[in-house]
Design a protein around this ligand. Sequence first.
Ligand SMILES: Nc1nc2c(ncn2[C@@H]2O[C@H](COP(=O)(O)OP(=O)(O)OP(=O)(O)O)[C@@H](O)[C@H]2O)c(=O)[nH]1
Ligand SMILES: [Mg+2]
Length: 335
Amino acid sequence: MDIAAAALAGDRRALSRLLSWVENGTVAGHAALAQLFPQTGEAHVVGITGAPGAGKSTLVNQLAREIRERGQKLAIVAVDPTSPYSGGALLGDRLRMRALSTDTGVFMRSMASRGDAGGMAHATRDVVSVLDAVGYPLILVETVGAGQSQVEVACMAHTVVLVEAPGMGDDIQALKAGLMEIADIIVVNKADKPEARQTVRALQSVRPGMRSEGHHRVSVREEKQVAAEVATGWEVPILQTSALENRGLEELLAALEAHRDFLKESGQWRARLQENARAEVESWLQRHLLALLADEVGEARLTAVVDTVRRRENDPASAAQELLAAILAAAGGAR
Ligand SMILES: Nc1nc2c(ncn2[C@@H]2O[C@H](COP(=O)(O)OP(=O)(O)OP(=O)(O)O)[C@@H](O)[C@H]2O)c(=O)[nH]1
Ligand SMILES: [Mg+2]
């Protein structure tokens, strides 16, 4: 039996090995992905993002436990080189974690560190595809780090959960990081702390349309936000959890399910599959073209053309067109 078939049949070691191949972009990994691709598109992919230390890992861990208690399977992908998952233990929660790590209904994977954010996004998307194909109906993807990787997660996730925590100063971290726009669900974690209420209020004041806000203030930003909500039809809920005290998890799970159902019923699930399919095809097309450029035209010619742009003898668009013509000529000649 080949590795993809073994992974499909539930062999966890085969799955681990396959994920490594895929992560490293090996030829065998690509072949397996191609074989598994027809089975993808079913999983609900949830991105969990937010400032360092907000409690994302603890929350994911508790969510996983709650989901397992309901008898549902899930996979967890940690896009963070410092993540504790691979060691099999989360600080302060070793026992529970051990219980999870011997449970075959949950699969955890830490992405190895990548030099560039783009490479990481590619590798993560492929890992998620494999987990989707082998039948995990829910995939939680935890990311940390500066803006870019978080925004990329949003592109691959159906639902983005933004985790905020109180006591990080008066500011809302996500506002500074420009993350409010990508959130489908906002969670104020560490709700066991008294300052949490202040954080919730601060979030509500930048989040109009919330029922709990008694009056209606109108600013340009609020109008834009309302317009966005009308356009998508989804009102972003602000929830409170305490991963430490195990509170608010049921409400969070209910919100995840509600958002998935909303996406499916409104047709946005299908629209997103279409968008993702297009983005991936275009991204591969770009890679293939760049590979052709390197193979058929060569670095020396590329450098020469780039030099003409630097010297302002040529403009970038014309230079690209010239190179494309050279690729087409070379590829045509090869046929
Ligand atoms: N009081 C309180 N502390 C919490 C809660 N959830 C997590 N913590 C603590 O917050 C700290 C950070 O938790 P993590 O789960 O590692 O946070 P994270 O967001 O995954 O952090 P990074 O992965 O480093 O970005 C740990 O000391 C946790 O024990 C909570 O609900 N209440
Ligand atoms: Mg973490």
